[in-house]
Write a protein that binds this ligand. Structure first.
Ligand SMILES: Nc1ncnc2c1ncn2[C@@H]1O[C@H](COP(=O)(O)OP(=O)(O)OP(=O)(O)O)[C@@H](O)[C@H]1O
Ligand SMILES: CC(=O)N[C@H]1[C@@H]2OC[C@@H](O2)[C@@H](O)[C@@H]1O[C@H](C)C(=O)O
Length: 402
């Protein structure tokens, strides 16, 4: 037997697997690295996150990615170069972090790499009949495997597309395995660049579980902060937005896009929610004179209202009331006090962070990819029915170090 297949077989049979989950999201803030000790699979999965770190991207890295990120007209050579460069970069970051954590690569079983999304275009975004839903994550897994010496599972989203999904959100699988609990109605709300939530009903019926994006989370707030204050990555602690007032005509215009009327599950990306989207809404609502604090307050309210309305809709459709739920928040937006204040005003239920369930909200997405890799290796029993958004499939491609 090929030695790599033998290692894979042995890892799959281990009682506890050490899996590094990697996530670099749409905010381009850095690479999240979560070292997880995972045992079991499916509903019997349990995880201990032993180490977590975000390796901040330098301005050079952010600039390189932004030249292609969500852009329709790019230098094609640059994209091809970045695919290799990001793979090498992620491998270098892992090797450095392992040294810092005093761990040898041979102590790690698997790396689960999400890669860097550069374009996410479901049919509702590209609207070209003959083409399917599409998404692209770059940073090839082979580079990571070869440069770290660790078997790497990557490119999770393509399988979801192959069975008719939109390639995202994938959070529901891990959310259900880790946080689903009989007799507890839970919403797992991730406030990333794009916001999404997983609906976990107290029945624990996997066929009722679903996940959907709701629209923008932090991406527009970040984009306009950077546009007006190029030295700032984001509006830390909402210092600027807190000084502003919500502009109602602009808010109504922002909320008028057909995305918000599309049924669940749905996904979106900065291909839709970008600076141009807001500038068009400003023109159409005749609010050109809006101040920067008022604009940031309005964009924050836009995120909050669209999230709250999507959650209310899901809960009402199930014949339940929001006060029967606890919302567990994760993602960088949980640190934005104005966004959290608005969400609290709009949704009359208990809010907590996923930290209270044992997984830090900053680490959650990286952990979720470790869970997907664990399923690919040792799971595959969980059944979610035949629904489009959460098909019962295993995802990821396997790269061997040699
Ligand atoms: N102290 C803070 N105050 C306000 N906003 C914050 C704070 N800390 C983090 N954020 C927000 O969180 C963002 C980073 O979030 P996160 O790392 O979850 O994004 P991501 O993983 O790239 O997103 P996605 O889930 O869409 O892929 C920052 O760009 C900023 O908008
Ligand atoms: C294509 C892509 O990278 N989508 C991300 C992004 O960030 C949040 C939201 O948009 C979500 O759909 C997804 O990531 C999470 C991890 C997911 O798939 O569940």
């Amino acid at each position: 037997m090929n030695k790599n297949i033998e290692s894979l077989y042995n890892i799959a049979r281990k009682p506890v697997r050490k899996i590094i989950g990697l996530m670099s999201g749409t905010s381009l803030d850095g690479l999240d690295i979560a070292l997880c000790e995972i045992s079991g699979s499916g509903e019997n999965t349990s995880v201990i996150v032993t180490n977590f770190e975000t390796s901040e991207y330098s301005n050079e890295i952010k600039k390189e990615i932004r030249t292609v990120f969500a852009e329709r007209n790019i230098d094609f050579q640059h994209l091809v170069l970045l695919n290799e460069w990001i793979g090498l970069l992620h491998a270098k970051i892992i090797n450095k972090v392992l040294l810092k954590w005093n761990l040898k690569p041979s102590e790690i079983d698997i790396i689960a790499s999400h890669g860097q999304t550069v374009m996410h275009i479901p049919k509702i975004l590209h609207r070209i009949d003959k083409f399917p839903n599409a998404t692209l994550q770059i940073g090839d897994g082979d580079h990571i495997a070869v440069k770290t010496g660790i078997i790497t599972i990557s490119d999770f989203r393509q399988k979801h597309l192959a069975v008719g999904g939109e390639g995202a959100p994938l959070a529901a699988y891990g959310d259900y395995f880790l946080f689903g609990k009989k007799d507890k109605n839970r919403i797992m709300l991730n406030l990333g660049g794009i916001a999404n939530f997983t609906y976990l009903p107290s029945t624990m019926n996997s066929e009722e579980v679903f996940v959907t994006d709701t629209g923008t989370g932090n991406t527009l707030i970040d984009a306009f902060t950077r546009l007006h204050f190029p030295q700032m990555a984001y509006d830390k602690d909402a210092k600027i937005a807190k000084k502003g007032q919500v502009n109602q005509p602009l808010l109504s215009q922002l909320k008028s896009d057909s995305f918000f009327k599309t049924s669940f599950p749905k996904t979106t990306s900065p291909e839709l929610f970008n600076i141009g989207y807001v500038q068009k809404s400003i023109l159409e609502s005749n609010t050109n004179a809006i101040s920067v604090p008022n604009l940031l307050a309005t964009l924050t309210r836009f995120s909050a209202e669209t999230i709250a309305e999507a959650i209310e809709h899901a809960v009402k459709t199930a014949g339940l009331n929001i006060n029967q739920f606890t919302i567990y928040v994760s993602g960088g937006g949980m640190h934005n006090p104005l966004l959290i204040k608005y969400l609290n005003e709009l949704l009359s239920c208990e809010f907590k962070r996923t930290d209270e369930l044992g997984i830090s909200g900053d680490a959650k997405e990286a952990v979720l990819f470790a869970i997907l890799a664990n399923e690919t290796l040792s799971g595959g029993e969980a059944k979610f029915g035949k629904r489009k958004g959460i098909p019962s499939i295993l995802m990821g491609k396997i790269s061997f170090p040699n």
